[in-house]
Design a protein around this ligand. Sequence first.
Ligand SMILES: C[S@@+](CC[C@H](N)C(=O)[O-])C[C@H]1O[C@@H](n2cnc3c(N)ncnc32)[C@H](O)[C@@H]1O
Length: 265
Amino acid sequence: MAVVARPGGARGGAVPQPPSWRIERADCLDFLGSLDDHSVDCIVTDPAYSGMNQHMQFGHGRIVGRYGDPGNTRWFQEFHDDPETFAHLLDECHRVLRPDRHIYVMFDSYSLLSLGALMRERFQVKGVIVWDKVHIGMGHYFRRRHELVVFACKGRRRLARRDLSDVWRIRRIHRSAYPTQKPVELFSRMLAGSVEPGMRVCDPFCGSGSSALAALEAGCSFVGADISAAAVDLARRRCTAWEAGDGDPLERPAAASAAPDPELV
Ligand SMILES: C[S@@+](CC[C@H](N)C(=O)[O-])C[C@H]1O[C@@H](n2cnc3c(N)ncnc32)[C@H](O)[C@@H]1O
C-alpha cells in the first residue's frame, strides 16, 4: 500500500493510502497525449494488433470475429498498427515514461517481426519473454500456444529480482468475460521486478483491466484507457470491487503470483 504524507494525518505523519486508479474510454494516442512528460513509472500493455489477422484469414471471417453473433464481425475495434502509427504510440510511451524505468509490450509473432524493431529504435530492449499459455489455441500451421512480451528500458534500471526466467507458464483464461482478457498473473510478473509500491503504472490498451488489477495488487496506482465502452465498464467494475475489498470478480487474486514458476527457474 502506498504511503502518502498528508498534513492532516495522525500527528502530521504519513498516512497509508489505497492505490488510486483512473480508466478512460479513449483512443490510446489521445489518452497518452493527455499525460504529462515523465509522469508514469512503468508501462505494461497488450495492444490490439491487426497484422496477424490480415494475414490469417479463416473462411469469410477474421480471427477476431465473434462468429456466433449475427452482424457482429469483430470482437473489438482495431488499432491501426501500421509502422507510422505504432512508432507514434511508442514515441508517446517514451515521452510519458520517467527516465530509468521499464516498459513491457506484448506482441504476437507476426507483429514482433513487422513492428518489433521500432521498439529498439526508442528503448533499450533487454529481452523477449515467452508467455506459454499451456494449452494450444488457433492457428493454420503450428497452432499457437505462446505470445511474446518485449521487455525494455528507458535509460538504465535493473530488475529488482534475479529469480525471474524469460519463459512464463501461465494458463490462458477459458470462457473469459472479455474476449482478449489476459490473466492478471501475466501482468503481475511484468511488474514483479520493475515497480515499487507507490509507483504509477500505465496501460493505454487496458481491455478488461487485468493490468490495472496487477498494478493495484502491487501497491501501485494505475492510469489506463481503452477505446471499447464494454472494456472500460468491465475494467472499472473490477477495480471498484478490488478497492471495496471484494477481490477480483473475474479471477481469483493473483497476489502471490509474482513467485517464479518452480518448474522453470
Ligand atoms: C489485446 S486487447 C487487451 C486485453 C487486455 N490486456 C485484457 O487483459 O483484457 C486490446 C485492447 O485494445 C483496445 N483498442 C483497440 N483499438 C484501440 C485504440 N485505438 N485505442 C485504445 N484501445 C484500443 C481494444 O478494445 C482491446 O480491448
